[in-house]
Design a protein. Structure first.
Length: 335
């Protein structure tokens, strides 16, 4: 094998520095745009990587130049042993930034411990501030513990706390403005997300599609001022950020159906069963679990990772009629 000289560079000269790790496909909520209404076929738990196996893979990624990891799900807080896993990850010398995505239902009691263990930032899903609408979207969710979880993350000093609102016409678009006021009051960042056609549930969600430009023009009207693009507001992620008044709060919009973010893509995803998924909007994936459970050395697993990155697709295909992502569920990918 060739010695690694310059980290993970894909065929389009993009440097891969960011790994999103889905620790479970399970969730305590059933958001209708994420989980199919007839229920999910869960992976067998024995199929999941153990936390020891995940730690090993993440260590190898950090040795290859990844310095940013986000833990996601399903809902990461429903997997037992998560706190000890976070503590393990925090000891990896190459890992500079450890964050999490959560629905916050179980966050109230865990936020401080997670922050102390090394989770510095958190993204929290919150699609409505109205208990009934919240329940309608999440199917079995409960707004109050989520609001308490958000406050606990802020009190624990996670910075930033980012709220993610999937905006759906006719369901919660009447709350675009009140959600902004809620975030500004708390000093939380806010991102408005267009529905993405991933899996059957995601495709059903696009019936309520509301384009980012419309969201932006509503915000402009609400604030009575032009939205100023935030400094560094177009990073490697999919969101474009704007400053609200003089700051510090930023709002972002994530427009999945335009391809604008693919050129700067710096990320790959690891599923709970150890598949390395190269693009959110493509089926390409490589099992890392096979090598792991067949006694591969660190160097052999790194070679599998390098080979996979050499096949990272250029962009997603959300706009193509024959896109194959309809086969997959967002809940097993973690967004
Ligand atoms: N359970 C955690 C949560 O809800 O934040 C983490 C996993 S969840 C899959 C990650 C993000 O994906 C959430 O913000 C959720 O709203 C978003 N998401 C799921 N399905 C989506 C879809 N079809 N379109 C747009 N966003 C979606
Ligand atoms: Fe669960 Fe998050 Fe999917 Fe909602 S969006 S069902 S909270 S994984």
């Amino acid at each position: 094998m060739e010695p690694l000289m310059s980290g993970l560079i894909d065929p389009f000269n993009r440097s891969i520095r960011y790994l999103r790790v889905s620790v479970t496909d399970r969730c305590n909520y059933r958001c209708f745009y994420c989980m199919p209404s007839q229920g999910m076929e869960w992976e067998e738990r024995s199929e999941f990587l153990t936390f020891e196996e995940m730690t090993r893979i993440i260590r190898l990624f950090t040795e290859l130049g990844v310095d940013k990891v986000r833990l996601t799900g399903g809902e990461p807080l429903v997997r037992r042993g998560l706190l000890d896993f976070v503590k393990q990850l925090h000891t990896l010398p190459g890992l500079k930034d450890l964050s999490m995505s959560s629905n916050a239902h179980l966050l109230g009691e865990q936020a401080q411990a997670l922050k102390d263990a090394g989770v510095s930032r958190i993204n929290i899903s919150l699609d409505s501030l109205d208990p009934e609408t919240f329940r309608k979207i999440t199917v079995n969710g409960d707004l109050q513990p989520v609001l308490e979880g958000i406050d606990a993350a802020l009190t624990a000093g996670m910075q930033p706390v980012k709220i993610n609102m999937v905006v759906m016409r006719g369901l919660n678009d009447g709350e675009i403005e009140s959600m902004l006021d809620y975030a500004v009051e708390r000093g939380a960042d806010l991102r408005y997300i267009e529905t993405m056609p991933i899996g059957e549930a995601g495709i059903a969600g696009t019936d309520y599609y509301m384009p980012a430009v419309e969201i932006l023009s509503r915000l402009k009207e609400h604030l009575g001022e032009e939205l100023i693009p935030a400094k560094g507001g177009k990073g490697a992620g999919p969101a474009r950020y704007y400053q609200v008044s003089s700051g510090p709060v930023r709002v972002g919009v994530i427009s999945a159906l335009s391809r604008h973010f693919c050129d700067d893509c710096n990320r790959v995803r690891l599923t709970a069963k150890g598949d390395l998924v190269l693009c959110l909007g493509q089926e390409d994936r490589v099992s890392l679990r096979d090598g792991l459970r067949n006694g591969f050395s660190d160097e052999q697993i790194k070679a599998v990772i390098l080979d996979a990155i050499a096949h990272k697709p250029r962009s997603h295909e959300f706009n193509d009629d024959n896109s194959k992502v309809s086969l997959r569920h967002m809940s097993s990918l973690g967004g």
